[in-house]
Design a protein around this ligand. Sequence first.
Ligand code: FAD
Length: 466
Amino acid sequence: MSASSQRELLAGWGRAPVSGATVVRPESLSELEDLVRLARDPLPMVARGLGRSYGDAAQCAGGQVVDCTGLNRVLDLDIAGARVRAEAGVSIDELLRLLVPKGLFPSVTPGTRFVTLGGAIASDIHGKNHHLDGTISRHVDYLRIATPKGVIECGPERRSDVFSATCGGMGLTGVILEADLRLLAIETSTMRVDTERTGDLDACMTRLSDDQDAYRYSVAWVDGLAGGRHLGRSVLTRANHAVLSDLPAGAQHDPLRLDLSRSMRVPVAPPTSLLTTGTVAAFNEMWYRRAPRHRTGELVPLSRFFYPLDGIGRWNLLYGPRGFTQYQFVVPLGAEATVRSVLERLSKARAASFLAVLKRFGPEGSGHLSFPMEGWTLALDVPLGSQGLAALFDGLDELVASAGGRVYLAKDGRVKPETLASMYPRLANWLEIRNSLDPEGVFSSDLARRLGLARARGPVMSTMAV
Ligand SMILES: Cc1cc2nc3c(=O)[nH]c(=O)nc-3n(C[C@H](O)[C@H](O)[C@H](O)COP(=O)(O)OP(=O)(O)OC[C@H]3O[C@@H](n4cnc5c(N)ncnc54)[C@H](O)[C@@H]3O)c2cc1C
């Protein structure tokens, strides 16, 4: 059977920019291998998972986009050894449904379960446990990748050059076919959560730095619109997986029960953004006031703790047709003032929307383009379309880069190439490995062209903002 293909308009989770490509849907790994091996025509290609990167990473104007979501078989599950081997198109959602009832959990998970394993590795994702467990690549022992130079098997010990270029390499070294992932053993599907309110940014950072080892997961939800003495006011949540004895007697008979149901779905795309500064500021105020000042030991289903936004299907439509972006950056420890400056600028411009997420990262990993470094990361959703936004972001990029920090490519749709080089000091190393794997520039994406990460090949069509 041969892969189906059709022309489609594609965008990331932020809905902008949009570009058209031929989307190919292989139905087997061998079909996908052939696609890459026989990629002789001048059309560049890139893999796509569930399209949860916010910007232009998983699209390729005028080229081919390989939709990997049909390649989602679990190839091997070792329950006692806590590891799984799967095709790269499997989603975290599918893995949870298989693993949690068996007492296993992905070692690293993002804030949505609707990402594929391949997309997660290509972005070298981090979770709320980065301070202890690092990024997903720390838990991957083996990858099989289709590159223009043939299929390559790699891992931290074998062809580690290819491994380090692929984890965080945004799909530009080839298509990940399958991966071997180490898992975490859990006794229950419940989280034991401590919550507290912190009145400003300093208090929040202090609390995030305290007792780091006592909690596997920690994150602060920041009111990005609060200014003045309330700047950075937050609700801090820190948690561990509950053990069996934490559960009330009535729940102990079925401790691994998993409920992933959705409460609602945005039915249609509204013609304008429903998330105006006024409505969001009111929401943030209410949310902060309603949070407990200090509560310990709350038992919460893991879906509510890890994936609160997944409860509302297609919530990205609420930002209206112009879409939105997520500005996520990290700066090293010692650059706390930069986090404050970014928040101040966004709050003053009334640009930030909804709740921002602040987290303290642990040490950086081996991926050359991997985003996390030891320090502070802040992520804010910002609606697109308002005047002066581009200049505001460019100014933030300069601030972040001059503090030794960087922005996250999986969230980006606008950073400039000259800024990127100063943010990712291992870029030259990455380019060397990438170019040796793909000397003719078969793999490319809108992100790669924008940032000069790919060699020109075939027609370059422009992308358009919605
Ligand atoms: C609500 C929400 C919360 C999020 N929370 C977090 C978070 O906490 N931490 C975090 O790190 N990220 C987070 N993200 C970002 C998300 O985890 C990443 O963008 C992830 O890469 C999305 O996976 P995907 O399958 O949708 O990939 P896509 O968006 O489709 O693609 C992302 C990149 O992966 C590449 N890719 C996809 N499949 C393959 C493959 N098989 N082989 C090679 N390359 C491939 C693509 O080419 C592209 O460069 C969040 C996103 C959303 C929408």
